[in-house]
Design a protein around this ligand. Structure first.
Ligand SMILES: NC(=O)c1ccc[n+]([C@@H]2O[C@H](COP(=O)([O-])OP(=O)(O)OC[C@H]3O[C@@H](n4cnc5c(N)ncnc54)[C@H](OP(=O)(O)O)[C@@H]3O)[C@@H](O)[C@H]2O)c1
Length: 268
């Protein structure tokens, strides 16, 4: 590091478990960039201070995680269209002196599954969950041309907000209709270490489906094991983690992201 080293950060609370430093520092090294990435714990309610620090200290990029994604959407100088539609920002990039909010969870979801050979254009996509990640997945799927998005959610208010992303293509359904989808996404914490379960009954999975689980700890969730056993394509959440980070990396640096190095950093 030198006086020229550029600094990017992730803000959140908690943040000490974050894999972003490993992924981004691997990407900077693989690209030969004099950049460094650190995780900073910023308590709830303090996002404005973090954004002011970004301006004052000339931070080159910022990732944003819980609990700040909605607050930061109201603090940047402007939001890119997708972030604006979602009202949530997970990446802040600079445009000259302006701070611009992006949502790379949505674009990261799309590049994750399309890189794995899955077609979203014209697809019926079933999303289980209606929280922040689910909404990003739904918006990404809609932008990528999904014909229908089935939403399975237990909280009526959150479900309604998710359907409102595009009420002509999104529909709130019972779990049973997951069987009709060609792409099935778990966007709940079910399956995480400490939160066991499938989330989607195995009887609803089909061999011609792509099953994507946002959970990445453990890498192989019960849902993904069931999907593999039935012959479906099973995608683990590390892919989304890397692809959303890759989009942030490109926005900050203007350089093509070194995906292989980023994936390797997550795998180790
Ligand atoms: N791989 C990645 O890069 C990536 C990125 C973002 C998120 N994630 C993961 O995605 C998951 C969701 O994150 P989030 O930010 O969207 O969280 P969130 O905003 O808290 O939303 C969680 C959603 O899951 C539902 N849910 C929670 N427990 C459930 C259960 N036992 N049964 C059925 N539904 C349940 C919630 O329903 P209620 O509203 O009714 O509680 C809500 O709809 C987390 O595991 C997170 O780690 C991964």
């Amino acid at each position: 590091m030198s006086g020229h080293t550029r600094v990017a950060v992730v803000i959140g609370d908690p943040v000490d478990h974050s894999k972003s430093p490993a992924v981004h520092n691997a990407a900077f090294a693989a690209s030969g960039l004099d950049w460094v990435f650190v995780a900073l714990r910023v308590p709830a309610g303090e996002a404005a201070v973090a954004l002011a620090a970004m301006r004052t200290m000339g931070l080159a990029g910022m990732s944003v995680t819980m609990p700040h994604k909605e607050a930061v959407a109201g603090l940047v100088d402007r939001c890119a269209p997708l972030a604006s539609r979602l009202g949530a920002v997970n990446c802040v990039a600079r445009d000259g002196d302006l701070l611009v909010g992006h949502n790379t969870d949505a674009s990261g979801f799309v590049s994750w599954v399309t890189h794995a050979g899955c077609r979203l254009d014209g697809a019926v996509v079933a999303v289980v969950g209606a929280g922040g990640a689910a909404r990003a997945v739904i918006a990404g799927a809609l932008d990528a041309g999904a014909a229908r998005v089935f939403i399975v959610a237990r909280s009526p208010q959150r479900a309604a907000a998710a359907v409102a992303l595009d009420s002509s293509r999104c529909v709130l359904v019972d779990m049973q209709r997951v069987a009709e989808a060609s792409v099935v996404v778990n966007a709940t914490p079910v399956g995480m270490a400490g939160s066991p379960g499938l989330g989607v009954p195995a009887s609803l999975l089909r061999p011609d489906q792509v099953v994507a689980d946002l959970v990445y700890h453990p890498v192989e969730t019960e849902l993904l094991r069931a999907a593999r056993e039935i012959g479906a394509v099973a995608l683990d959440g590390r892919g989304m983690l890397v692809h959303q980070a890759a989009h942030a990396f490109a926005l900050w640096t203007g350089v093509d992201p070194p995906l292989a190095a980023m994936l390797a950093a997550v795998e180790t």
